[in-house]
Design a protein around this ligand. Sequence first.
Ligand code: NAG
Ligand code: NAG
Ligand code: NAG
Ligand code: ZN
Length: 480
Amino acid sequence: MKSHILLSSPVLFLAFFLQAMSLAHGHYSDQHWYEPREQHVLSAPENARPMPSLIIDTFQNPTHNDLGFWHGAGEDLAMQYQPGSMQLFPTDPDQNYHTQFETNGCFSMIPWRNQFLHVEFVGTDQFTVSLNEHNEDCYPHRAPFPGVPDSIEASRYMMKMGHGSTGHDGDGHEHDEPIREEHGKKQISKDNGGGDEDDQTPAAPPKKELFIPLSHFLINQNRVVSVSFSGFYTNRSITLHRVEIVSSVPPPRKENNYFKIPEKLPTGELILRCTRPKSFAFGIDDGSPRFAQEVMRILDEENVRVTFFAVGAGLRDTTTNLTRFYREMLKKGHQVALHSNTHPKMEALPTIDKIDNEIIQAQRTLKEQLGIESSYFRPPFGTVGARMRQQIAKYIPNAYIVNWSVDVEDWLWADSSTPEKQLDAFYRSVARGGNLAVMHFLNPTTVGYLRQFIRHVKGSGFKIMRIDQCMEDPDSPPLS
Ligand SMILES: *[C@@H]1O[C@H](CO)[C@@H](O)[C@H](O)[C@H]1NC(C)=O
Ligand SMILES: *[C@@H]1O[C@H](CO)[C@@H](O)[C@H](O)[C@H]1NC(C)=O
Ligand SMILES: *[C@@H]1O[C@H](CO)[C@@H](O)[C@H](O)[C@H]1NC(C)=O
Ligand SMILES: [Zn+2]
């Protein structure tokens, strides 16, 4: 365990920071280079905060952070800004809030890679923190953008202050916030958790802190684009006050319940793109038996292999003949893979047991109905979070969690008066460099465009194959 040290003056800190920067641009070898020498340190006074080595965001501005880059929400996340804080009112795990290191390029985290992400906030700790990798071109108009994140379960990294707490058991259940439980009621109010309208109430709730070693984010740290907060599995709000990188963490003490950085848990690998050059893959989810024959005919005639993600409950439903369809597709050389048991947003599930059950039942059904095992899993709705990725890693050896970089947006346009927008969406994603598609066979318009999708990809010089093949998985069958 490293000793806890703080620098004694801003001047020394600046000198140290510059040294860190120059080291970063030169060679990099000493793991502990950021620790100043002994004569430069004071022992940490009580309540001292760790010295920031990079302040990312203190919410001084509604639209940009302290680095001058954008911060803001994705999806329809309700927010309320006040100078010095941003309150988020999540209702869904797909909602997210990003604060960027860079907008049009990649940021290198290497100088800080042995340091810690430090977040100060008030409110729920039931969310995911991600460090997001940029795409290979470091260009936001290439798909996917953002690229791949690694997902950390916030509650495991909380420094729990105060007395009477039972310590950091990591089960994520908080009980110390005055924020009331909502019961499906609209909760976008000025209420900051029990206080009055203005937030100068004397009894402001204490700030919470989390510390995550940057080394726990398994991404390419030369290509970082943002820190984000997502994967909410509660509707309680969170108010962000400070996001920064610090060089050390407070030592374990009674007051912080002997805070200790937890072990990094494996997170199932998330993929958005095929790796094999000039490859392209279709991941086809769910599906209605009504369209199964037509899908089969088109794939036969076009002579392409795809990957089907099948829901466990659908396979067990004896009123459809989907199982028969998937067996036939397997015989024809297609891949069939996991898509949960009952198709919930898995990260939204309140307990780990429920997440586990979705995985275990899906595996059992694939085995029983089709006689196969798969390490490929597509999360329902593309909803991804730390808990779900951890449980996938636990139950599926060498898992691939398959998101996508091409979306035909059938969920948006298939039933609309402009179904041809599915073609536009497909062409646009392919033009941006996407090569791993998501679609469903639930709607006649989508199935009607399948042949055009395939011909467009072939015409662009790609070879269409199963996802395991396009990922160059050594266990995949040889290309035909
Ligand atoms: C959160 O709110 C949404 C939308 O109001 C609701 O659908 C969802 O069930 C709520 N989730 C929880 C955990 O209360
Ligand atoms: C499934 O059932 C439908 C209608 O019930 C039938 O047309 C189709 O041929 C069946 N498909 C397979 C693969 O058995
Ligand atoms: C996965 O895809 C969904 C749908 O496009 C998107 O909302 C989500 O951000 C993606 N997840 C990641 C981690 O890229
Ligand atoms: Zn689905």
